[in-house]
Design a binder for this molecule. Structure first.
Ligand SMILES: O=C[C@H](O)COP(=O)(O)O
Length: 264
């Protein structure tokens, strides 16, 4: 049987400058230590803005924190005349483990297509960075009961030309757009329905063993008060946390979701 190590990734979005990032990571490390967090049981990552990454790297290295960190976007190119873009080569040099691709805010505000998301995802993989591929439907699509079909199409588009060996390093994040930053959370059953559908499609695109290895996260108004019920679902392997990850105490509680589950 395959064991998928849960991942709790905090997407800070465009919040916290590099001074604030240092304080937040220090507080998070303390909060996790207080809770005697077992990093081999639950991986914890923060995804700060680009300008914070060097400071976070310095702190993680200096204090030998087990915390992982990542970026929120990357270029589809390696180098050259692409003003404002950030290469995965640079991110890899900063020790970045993860990068989100295709977040709904990038798709909506920057018109990112599945083809561009796919190019970025493959570029990250080539540099040894695990992409977190974000997919999910808006409210209209859900009301039309087309959410599974829509989300699986985004999955296929994002994974075009990705091999079975490579996809093992990809993390999928199901984020229903209507639940992002709204306080609305999909029910644990909604999260399970989609995570199971994603894993089923991965088995069709690749094979059953590969599908069992890939982690599927849920994102959308995750908090310490709802994380345990979502994590209780068999195909949900973690959370992509936005707003709640800006509060280190709260994010540490989310990472300790098993404690909530047993009422500690
Ligand atoms: O990347 C994170 C998601 O967009 C969820 O954000 P949220 O937890 O603030 O709803």
């Amino acid at each position: 049987m395959t064991t998928r190590i849960p991942l709790m990734a905090g997407n800070w979005k465009m919040n916290l400058d590099h001074h604030q990032a240092t304080h937040t990571v220090q507080k998070l490390a303390w909060a996790l230590r207080d809770g005697k967090h077992d990093f081999s049981a639950v991986e914890v990552a923060v995804l700060p803005p680009f300008t914070d990454l060097r400071s976070v790297q310095t702190l993680v290295d200096a204090d030998k924190l087990e915390l992982k960190y990542g970026a929120q976007d990357l270029s589809a190119h390696k180098a050259g005349a692409y003003t404002g873009e950030i290469s995965p080569v640079f991110l890899a040099k900063l020790g970045v483990s993860y990068v989100t691709v295709g977040h709904s805010e990038r798709r909506e505000y920057h018109a990112e297509s599945d083809a561009l998301v796919n190019a970025k995802l493959r570029n990250a993989l080539e540099e040894g960075i695990s992409p977190i591929l974000c997919i999910g439907e808006d409210l209209e699509t859900r009301r039309a009961a087309a959410h599974v079909q829509h989300t699986l199409l985004q999955l296929e588009g994002g994974l075009a030309d990705v091999t079975a060996e490579q996809v093992r390093d990809v993390v999928i994040a199901y984020e229903p757009v209507w639940a992002i930053g709204t306080g609305e959370t999909a029910t644990p059953e909604d999260a399970q329905e989609m995570s199971e559908a994603i894993r089923g499609r991965l088995a069709e695109l690749y094979d059953a063993d590969t599908a069992q290895v890939v982690r599927v996260l849920y994102g959308g108004s995750v908090k310490s008060s709802n994380v345990a019920s979502i994590m209780a679902k068999p195909d949900v392997d973690g959370a992509l946390v936005g707003g709640a990850s800006l509060d280190p105490e709260e994010f540490a509680k989310i990472a300790r979701f098993q404690a909530h589950a047993v009422g500690l």
